[in-house]
Structure formats: C-alpha cells, structure tokens
Design a protein around this ligand. Structure first.
Ligand code: KIV
Length: 298
C-alpha cells in the first residue's frame, strides 16, 4: 500500500473550515485550484472528506456507477436523495452539491424549486446542479431566487446526450463554442455560483473561463479551468464500464477488491477461514454442561 508524501498530505480536519460560496469565489480570484469529486454513499463521502477536497458532487453519474443503469437518464429523485443523504452523513467540510436528475426540473420553475428544496431539506445538500443552457437558465434563476445556490453544467450534458449526437466533445467549431460561451454567461447572469464545463476543447474552456467571474470546474476541459472534477469510481478504477478519454486513473481499486473477495472465497473453501482468532471462546465447564443439557433435551 502506498503512503502519501508529506507535502501532499491533506490538511487535518481540525484546521479545516466548511467550504463557503465566498471562499470558492476567492479561490477563483486568487488562482487557487478548486478540487471537486463525486461521491454516492457514506464511505466514499468519508474518503472525500479525509482527502480534503473542496466540493463533493452527488452526481447523477451514480445512476451508472452505483445503480447499474445504462445511462444517467432513468435515475429518480428518490434514488438521488437516498444517495445524497448517505453522502451528507459522511461529510463535514466540503460543499455538498446534489445533481437534479433528468425530468425533475425541466417542466417549469415550480417543479425545479420543489425538487431543489427536497435536496436541501431531505438530503442536507448545500447546493444543486442542473444541466444545459436554454430553458435551464430560467430554472436556475428561479432556484437561486428561492434561496438555493445553483451550479450550472454546459458542454457535454449526459442527460441530453442523444440530442447532442452522443457522448462527444462539444464546442469544437466556432459556432458551437459560441453556444457554450453564451450558455455559460447566461447561467452566470442567472445567479449560478459555479459552472461545470464537460468535454470542451481546452483552448475554448480557457477563453470562456477568463470571461466568467464565477468558478469553472472542468471535466475534460483542460487545465485552465478554475478547478477539476472527476467521478470517484473512474479515478479510483472501481467502475468496470467504459471510461472517457479525460479520465485519469489514480488507483486500481477494483482489482484489489476482486483480489480480496477471491482470497476470502478461497480461504472459506479451503477451511482456513475463520481461524480461532476470529471466534469467541466459552469456558470448558460451561461447554460440558451445555452438551449435557442439550443431550437431555434431544
Ligand atoms: O454526474 C456527474 O458525475 C457529473 C460530473 C461529471 C460533473 O455531472
């Protein structure tokens, strides 16, 4: 097992304050990179907490990574709320953002506000995220006006990937890059505190990031955004599905999990687990007595 070099150690819990929106804005101003990771349950939240990330996203990517759906589209609000509440129980300091699932906010402002309120009231999220520009700009404005911070998401928006022609990079022509820029500026103007840029050419992301006053968190958008986000299961090598080009694997946890469970199975089959050290003793006299009583009852 690797140990972390001292200069890469996360600050201790005691010295860390909860992340706030003004602090995120300040990080952009000061050019301090913002770190966001997804989490979907109590242990992954505890890992994110211990690793001292700045923000945690309960992404609807959990539909695929932990619930086994083929895309993010089928996941329900109830399922997302259950994941988000579990993450909340494992987090103290990072800002917690809940992803509004497909179909839970697009119909109109009242629907968007009601769903966002559930993420705050029932799951303890600090903020919510929604996808796309267009009509989502007005939904974002309505949620912000209802007092809930909103993160936007432009570029490749998986909830509407079919309409985008599939899971492919966006903004690769001047016209399409302008659409990304306009959507991002409109979301900022609607009051979003931050925006995710997904699968956008690095040069386009760099130019748009400079024009925005709110922090841009990139995933497949190059190094010039104000921060980065990756899916927990992708970066740790837990997920067996296809991973996009922009993912870097920082560990191969799935292999270790398979090796651990296979070793357990082998030891059970060989009769070497459990050993005496995994059991509870009983006094010999008590055991004799028990044996006699049992025989008498049989
Ligand atoms: O659902 C998710 O994990 C996301 C990130 C990729 C930004 O939206």
């Amino acid at each position: 097992m690797s140990t972390m070099p001292a200069n890469l150690k996360a600050p201790s819990d005691a010295s860390r304050l909860p992340m706030t929106l003004p602090r995120l804005a300040e990080m952009k101003r000061l050019g301090e990179p913002i770190v966001m990771v997804t989490a979907y349950d109590y242990p992954s939240a505890q890992v994110a907490q211990a690793a001292a990330v700045d923000m945690v996203l309960v992404g609807d990517s959990g539909a695929m990574t932990v619930l086994g759906y083929a895309s993010t589209v089928p996941v329900s609000t109830e399922e997302m709320l259950m994941l988000a509440a579990a993450v909340r129980r494992g987090l103290n300091t990072p800002l917690l953002v809940g992803d509004l699932p497909f179909g839970s906010y697009e119909a109109g402002d009242p629907q968007a506000i009601a769903t966002a309120q559930r993420f705050v009231k029932e799951a303890g999220c600090d903020a919510v995220k929604l996808e796309r520009g267009g009509t989502s700009v007005q939904r974002a404005r309505a949620i912000v006006e209802a007092g809930i911070p909103v993160m936007g998401h432009v570029g490749l928006t998986p909830q509407t990937a079919t309409a985008l022609g599939g899971y492919r990079a966006q903004g690769r022509t001047a016209r399409r890059a302008l659409t990304v820029a306009r959507d991002a500026l409109a979301l900022q103007e609607a009051g979003c505190f931050s925006i995710v840029f997904e699968a956008i050419p690095a040069a386009v992301a760099a130019m748009v990031t400079k024009r925005l006053t709110i922090p841009v968190i990139g995933i497949g958008a190059g190094p010039s955004t104000d921060g980065q986000v990756l899916v927990f299961h992708d970066l740790l090598g837990i997920y067996d599905g296809r991973t996009p080009k922009f993912v870097k694997r920082f560990a191969e946890v799935r292999e270790q999990m398979i090796a651990g469970v296979a070793q357990y199975a082998a030891e059970v089959r060989a009769g070497t687990f459990p050993g005496p050290e995994h059991g509870y003793p009983i006094d010999e006299e008590e055991l004799q007595l028990f044996g006699k009583e049992l025989d008498a009852q049989a």
